[in-house]
Each structure stands twice: as structure tokens, then as C-alpha cells.
Write a protein of this length. Structure first.
Length: 139
């Protein structure tokens, strides 16, 4: 009598394999969705940080009469511009742990550009590797 009860409570190998397969499929779908959400969040964070830099660069220009030579001027004012007070403790990295690239760009409406090269840290690219720049994020 005990043997019949025990057999009824056990799972067959096929049932276990089916259950594991279903769990693996659900996990794969969840990871893909989470990865996509993280990529979107990183892109939005980079865009937000670039806009914050833009505001600081414009404030620097208003305070000193010129654009900073580098983003580091926003932290340390290495060029010694008068009228500028430190606004940042340190420069943040982009969401992929790469430095933002600042350049004077006379052809730009603002006269400067700020770029994150995306996940690969290289100029150009598509998807998560695409460049996010001040010019590409204009309001």
C-alpha cells in the first residue's frame, strides 16, 4: 500500500524535463526584456548627463566669458578662469564607464559638443554602441 502512494507522488523524468524547459524559456524571455530595459535606461542616463554638462558649460561661459577647454575645467578650473566656482566634485563617467568626450565645435549651434560613444567606447556604431551626443539629443 505504501508503494502505491509513493509512486503517485513522484514525477516522471518527462515531467521534470518539461518543467525545466518551460522555466528556461520563461527565464530567457525575462532576461531579454530586462537587457532591453537596461539598454534604454543607460541611453536615457547618458542623454540626461549630457544635458547637465551642457547647462554647466553654458553657465561656465556666462561666468567667465568663454567656453571651458575641457570638461575637467568644470571641476578644477585648471585654466584659471575668473568668476567660475566649482560645480562638480568629479566628472561622472557615462553609463558604460567611459569618459565623456568634449570638443569645441564652431559648426555647432552651441560652439561645443559632448559625446558618449556608447557601450563599445568607440566612435560610430548602432544599437547600444551608437554615439549619444549633444547634437543628437537637442530638445
Amino acid at each position: 500500500m505504501k508503494n502505491k502512494r509513493i509512486k503517485k507522488r513522484q514525477f516522471s523524468l518527462l515531467e521534470v524535463i518539461i518543467a525545466i524547459t518551460i522555466i528556461a524559456l520563461v527565464a530567457t524571455i525575462a532576461v531579454r526584456n530586462l537587457s532591453s530595459t537596461m539598454d534604454d535606461a543607460n541611453e536615457k542616463l547618458a542623454t540626461t548627463q549630457i544635458h547637465e554638462f551642457k547647462g554647466l558649460v553654458v553657465t561656465y561661459k556666462l561666468a567667465t566669458g568663454r567656453l571651458p577647454n575641457s570638461l575637467q575645467d568644470l571641476v578644477t578650473n585648471e585654466s584659471g578662469a575668473k568668476g567660475w566656482k566649482q560645480q562638480l566634485e568629479k566628472l561622472p563617467f557615462d553609463p558604460w564607464n567611459n569618459a565623456y568626450v568634449y570638443s569645441l565645435a564652431p559648426e555647432s549651434l552651441n560652439g561645443f559638443n559632448i559625446v558618449s560613444y556608447g557601450a563599445d567606447g568607440q566612435a560610430g556604431g548602432e544599437g547600444i554602441n551608437k554615439d549619444i551626443s549633444l547634437n543628437s539629443t537637442q530638445d
